[in-house]
Design a protein around this ligand. Structure first.
Ligand code: COA
Length: 279
């Protein structure tokens, strides 16, 4: 499914290496998420899911903001008295930022370049890896608007952050920076802003070295066991590992064993398994 070239709130570019750069593109509104942005993100992520050229998805924001959260005018106030419009835009929001991103088979990286507020925490939480500028500004500002962190925000922050921090920052609405986001497990790596893209590209290249199907199964496994008890997780993972061997047409596991045990050309943990075709 090709991506339209007349999107107004999201910019997409797939580079030669296979990094799909998805940019929230309303810099004049600090990339606040209006209904159009939600519809376009749904369309874009569905298209990337089935585009073999897109190997890693990087989500970032134009200008000095990742996203200032939900658009208070267009997403909230203008739909207050229009239940149909509210339902469609709220559903689109949940669909791309939770269902599609959470279940995507492609690795996703949030590259946090600046402000990140409120409802944007859901997309952040559903990216697999987060690289942030040290000076990015995060805020659970809902309390300052007289609302709660809704739209699943409360749920994703207690799942990701230590409970005390989730409570503190959502009750006070105080902001915190990228370093603190790493300390609280909201982000993986914090770097100076001028190194953000370089660090993200290096990480994307590292992921592209892995077997794509093993990577997809790994992220599904990690996400799904969170809500399982040990017996369920054991059964699920035993089945999943067998399914992976069936799905991995490149037989990465067999090749890795052969290279390590027989040819002595590969040491796991130090190198990715080679991607040569099976002989
Ligand atoms: N919804 C709607 N519009 C927003 C917005 C939001 N969440 N965040 C920013 N904007 C708009 C502003 O209204 C302004 O529009 P205008 O030029 O038509 O007046 C424009 O984006 C620029 O915002 P401004 O506040 O001038 O930029 P800034 O760089 O000084 O500050 C922020 C950036 C993100 C700190 C500030 O805009 C802000 O606090 N936004 C609200 C963040 C928030 O609480 N989001 C959660 C909502 S639940």
């Amino acid at each position: 499914m090709p991506i339209r070239d007349d999107l107004t709130c999201v910019k997409v570019e797939i580079d030669d290496e296979g990094i799909a750069w998805v940019t929230f593109n309303r810099p004049e509104k600090r990339n606040a998420m209006n209904p159009t942005l939600h519809y376009e993100m749904e369309e874009v992520l569905m298209a990337l899911e089935t585009d073999p050229a897109a190997k890693v998805i990087v989500i970032t924001g134009a200008g000095n903001s990742w996203s200032a959260g939900m658009d208070l005018r267009e997403y909230f106030r203008e739909t207050d008295n229009n239940p149909e419009a509210q339902f469609t835009s709220f559903t689109a929001n949940k669909h791309w930022s939770w269902d599609i991103l959470h279940n995507s088979r492609k690795p996703s990286i949030a590259m946090v370049n600046g402000y990140l507020f409120g409802g944007a925490f859901v997309a952040l939480a559903n990216c697999d890896i987060v690289v942030t500028a040290e000076d990015a500004v995060y805020g659970l500002s809902e309390i300052n608007w007289g609302i709660i962190p809704g739209g699943i925000v409360s749920k994703v922050i207690v799942d990701k952050m230590p409970f005390r921090n989730a409570m503190f920052y959502s009750m006070t609405g105080r902001t915190f920076d990228g370093r603190k986001a790493v300390e609280m497990n909201l982000a993986d790596i914090a770097v100076p802003a001028d190194k953000l893209r370089e660090e993200t590209v290096a990480l994307a290249r590292e992921l592209m070295e892995k077997s794509p199907v093993a990577l997809a199964f790994t992220k599904q496994a990690i996400r799904n066991v969170v809500n399982m008890d040990v017996p369920q997780a054991y059964e699920y993972l035993m089945t999943k590992i067998q399914a992976l061997q069936f799905m991995d047409k490149e037989k990465t596991r067999n090749r890795g064993m052969e290279e390590f045990l027989d040819k002595k050309t590969y040491r796991p943990g130090l190198e990715a398994v080679s991607k040569e075709e099976d002989s």
